[in-house]
Design a protein around this ligand. Structure first.
Ligand code: PLP
Length: 402
């Protein structure tokens, strides 16, 4: 059985070019980049080069604004705690109801420590309520934290517009963007979008797990989360992970070169998969905006069945997808993102996210389009909701919106 991997928002395969770029720093060039002898120069150069590549990747103004971390979660935690520590007199934060748990759970903790957090809602397409956001910003707002695109629906939030709104209401408020799901899928421009802090994670765009980036613009002061040596300008202690940093730089270069392919070919395959499923399976619904989405993601709900059952059947056919976000699947709680979108209870449990990558092939998509109706039919014959399913089948063959 061949593997069909459509869970690239959870993690991606490390690109062979990335592995190749990493190997020398394990085998031959293993020097500590902080050491002054000649042998360590190549390690030091690899880190410097990677900083320049990552600066260009997000269009930062200065290489000093790039801090290497271990993952997206560490970058977000450093950004949020770091900014708040520097502005202790301000106690108000604004975020969204659909952020990743690495952000949401931190805000829950901060609420217990006396911060007031406003959670902005989304509509049924997963799009942010900008009027609610505008109303929420006040003189006491230390931080606004909004993801660039949602990991479950792929919906892109209008970061530039949000930055304008924030700065028009309070120039001192800092703006943090979790760009973990957009890096490598669509362009990121921190300067054009007025972003103060931004997080990226390598394993979402074909670098290995265990490497991330935090961007902090030169006008924003933060405290470090990890205190120790002077690495990363004292903002993130720990000997630099040179092989992974070199790999991340290679992944960023490949991703920059591949943005056009993402926007055309990956999107074409995603759209083919989406319309193929919605057309062939009655009572399936799109749980996301039709446009205004990262090109690789779709989220489809199947009424009156359990997403976990669909995943198990897909797995039997060698197909990997996800129900809800990778971090929350495994729990029987419906996804907080789909709940915020008011997805009807009849399909919220039966929602599946497919996320493609540049390695996804037409043949794989054709196989999934062929296999899915058989799986859904099989599961539905076992459903206790036979009368409801029969009634819905008669009412409409599909409510395809795209
Ligand atoms: N933010 C978003 C939107 C994500 O999707 C994820 C991972 O799924 C993270 C942050 C956390 O990234 P990491 O796994 O690198 O900590």
């Amino acid at each position: 059985m061949t593997l069909i991997y459509l869970d690239n928002n959870a993690t991606t395969k490390t690109a062979p070019e990335v592995l190749e770029a990493m190997f020398p720093y394990f085998e031959e060039q293993y020097g500590n980049p902080s050491s002054i002898y000649e042998f360590a120069k190549k390690s030091n150069h690899a880190v410097k080069n990677a900083r320049a590549v990552l600066k260009d990747f997000i269009n930062a103004a200065d290489e000093k604004e790039i801090i290497f971390t271990s993952c997206g979660s560490e970058s977000a935690n450093t950004a949020i705690r770091g900014v708040l520590n520097m502005n202790k007199n301000k106690r108000h934060i604004i975020t969204t109801k659909v952020e990743h748990p690495c952000v949401l759970n931190l805000y829950k903790t901060l609420e217990k420590q006396g911060y007031k957090v406003d959670y902005i809602g989304v509509n049924s397409n997963g799009e942010l309520d900008l009027a609610e956001l505008e109303q929420a910003v006040n003189y006491d707002t230390a931080l606004v934290s909004v993801m660039h695109a949602n990991n479950e629906t792929g919906v892109i939030f209008p970061i530039e517009k949000i930055s304008e709104i924030i700065k028009s209401k309070n120039k001192e408020t800092k703006f943090f963007v979790d760009a973990v799901q957009t890096a490598g899928k669509i362009p990121i421009d921190v300067q054009a979008c007025g972003i103060d802090l931004l997080s990226v994670s390598g394993h979402k765009f074909h670098a290995p797990k265990g490497i991330g980036v935090l961007y902090v613009n030169s006008k924003t002061a933060i405290t470090p989360l990890i205190i120790g040596g002077h690495q990363e300008r004292g903002l993130r202690a720990g000997t630099e992970n040179v092989p992974y940093i070199a790999g991340l730089a290679k992944a960023a270069e490949l991703a920059s070169d591949g943005l056009k392919y993402e926007a055309t070919e990956v999107k074409r395959l995603r759209d083919k998969l989406e319309s193929g499923i919605l057309r062939n399976i009655y009572n399936s619904r799109l749980n996301t905006a039709v446009t205004n989405r990262v090109p690789n993601t779709t989220n489809i709900g199947f009424e009156y069945i359990e997403g976990e059952l669909i995943l198990l059947h897909l797995s039997d056919s060698g197909i990997c997808a996800s129900s809800g976000s990778a971090c929350t699947s495994g729990s029987l709680e419906p996804s907080h993102v789909l709940r915020a979108m008011n997805v009807p209870f009849t399909s919220i449990h039966g929602s599946i996210r497919f996320s493609l990558s540049r390695y996804t092939t037409e043949k794989e998509i054709d196989t999934v389009i062929e296999v899915m109706p058989k799986i859904i039919d099989k599961i539905r014959t076992l459903s206790p909701y036979q009368d409801e399913l029969e009634a819905l089948k008669k009412l409409k063959s599909s409510n395809y919106q795209g």
